[in-house]
Design a protein around this ligand. Structure first.
Ligand code: MLT
Length: 245
């Protein structure tokens, strides 16, 4: 039987390094892909200004690897992209894993915050995010953990201001895809950190209720970056989901 394949899609303002613990664990059994999205990490392409632009990029990426169907695991912004990808290219999707993400568009206040972030980057470059982001991504306990904190900082510092601005525009203007939930007909798993302030567990549970036969897990004590904060639990949840058939 052919190996299963998993595509991990990173969040913002991060890159593929956020998936190190997943890459090491799952590549023993599966074909694992953790690309840097255009303009992030070591990918020198320009970042698209739409969420759909990322989805088109990933379709070409999957085809370039000779893959016909993959499990897609999208974290936060990667989840917004995953929903768009499933809407545009369902034929490539074996199953879905949605991590600390949401299906709704930004409300007015969130859009204003995107604009403030764009102004922040214009003034301070990526340092703007070093100032504001780790506290939003990590729980109090993980903020004390130098390994995680330093890794997050290093990832943020690798990004380029202009590309982050494009991604902020893409997230600010993304459409609400709530209508897609009842139409998802592949195996689906939702995972969320119990302390996540950006995509809270109650919103994720609500999404899970609307997707037929989906599973929902909370990682206690983790914040937004649940896969880095508790990789052991995170990997076990995904492993059980994938092994189950
Ligand atoms: C992310 O983690 O990808 C971002 O925080 C998502 C967002 O800002 O909406």
């Amino acid at each position: 039987m052919m190996n299963k394949s998993i595509l991990f899609i990173h969040g913002f303002p991060l890159d593929s390094y956020m998936w190190d613990e997943q890459y090491n664990y799952f590549s023993k059994k599966f074909n694992v892909y953790c690309p840097d999205l255009p303009g992030f990490g070591e990918n020198n392409l320009e970042t698209p200004k739409t969420i759909e632009g990322f989805a088109y990029y990933l379709k070409d990426y999957i085809e370039s690897k000779g893959e016909k169907k993959v499990t897609i695991c999208g974290f936060s912004m990667g989840g917004y992209i995953t929903f768009a990808f499933y809407e545009l290219f369902p034929q490539y999707v074996d199953s879905l894993i949605l991590v600390d993400t949401k299906v709704k568009s930004d409300n007015r206040e969130q859009k204003e915050n995107r604009n403030l972030a764009i102004e922040g980057i214009k003034k301070e470059g990526v340092n703007y995010f070093i100032r504001v982001m780790p506290q939003r991504l990590l729980s109090g306990k993980s903020l004390q953990d130098n390994n995680i904190f330093e890794k997050v900082k290093r990832m943020i510092l690798r990004q380029k201001g202009d590309n982050l601005i494009n991604a902020l525009i893409a997230m600010r203007d993304r459409k609400d895809r709530s209508y897609i939930l009842e139409n998802i007909n592949v195996k689906t798993l939702f995972i969320c950190g119990s302390e996540d302030p950006i995509t809270p567990p109650n919103e994720m549970e609500e999404m899970s209720r609307r997707v037929k036969n989906s599973l929902f897990f909370v990682i206690e004590g983790a914040s937004h970056l649940s896969n880095m904060e508790d990789p052991v639990k995170f990997n076990k949840i995904i492993s059980d989901f994938l092994e189950e058939g």
